[in-house]
Design a protein around this ligand. Sequence first.
Ligand code: BG6
Ligand code: MG
Length: 220
Amino acid sequence: KLKAVIFDLDGVITDTAEYHYQAWKATATELGIPFTREFNENLKGVSRMDSLKLLLSQAEKPVNYSDEELVQLADRKNKLYVELIETITPADLLPGITEFVADIRSTGLKTGIASASKNAIAVLTRLGVMDHFDVIVDVNKLKNSKPDPEIFLTAAAQLGVEPADCIGVEDAASGVDAIKGAGMFAVAIGNAAHFPHADIVLSSTAELNFRELAQTFEGK
Ligand code: BG6
Ligand code: MG
């Protein structure tokens, strides 16, 4: 029985996936490292430091950075990202999200946020939707990052529901794998070719329809 819907944030609630891309792209350019949108797919859902290491792996001539230098590079990217999110307003909620979340809640179901971003609270606050979610998982308290299911399992536990009674919504392949690893029903947003493991793929958040989704979930 469907009890909760747990959302990724970046690229699902708002298009901050684009801002992460822009900040990484600028960082890569400064370092003379090639960085494409296609390669950026591998960074979605991945923590800041792991993303940096993936980016550095694309260098034609690999450099051995010290831990301190890695932290500086990650801080540099985050500074660029934080500048970009300062412009966010409630108008930046992705199409259909407000209605979808309202429909879920009006049915008495719970909502949660499972984001790998340390900037999640800042983004949700700027969007004006902090009180639309019953639980926002604190990524600082987690041991494992997506595709490990820990973040989705933690959200379900904090909501007091069984993972099997949850739908997870993601725009990253690593996130879909985390949802499936948690034993939840996975809805992916984006290009179907990126999501072989999702239960449903929608090309945009505008296609999120609570009644249809709940029916599909109950019939699964
Ligand atoms: C995820 C994004 O939500 O958060 C990743 O998909 C990002 O692109 C990760 O790297 C960590 O975000 P932050 O804000 O802590 O650097
Ligand atoms: Mg995402």
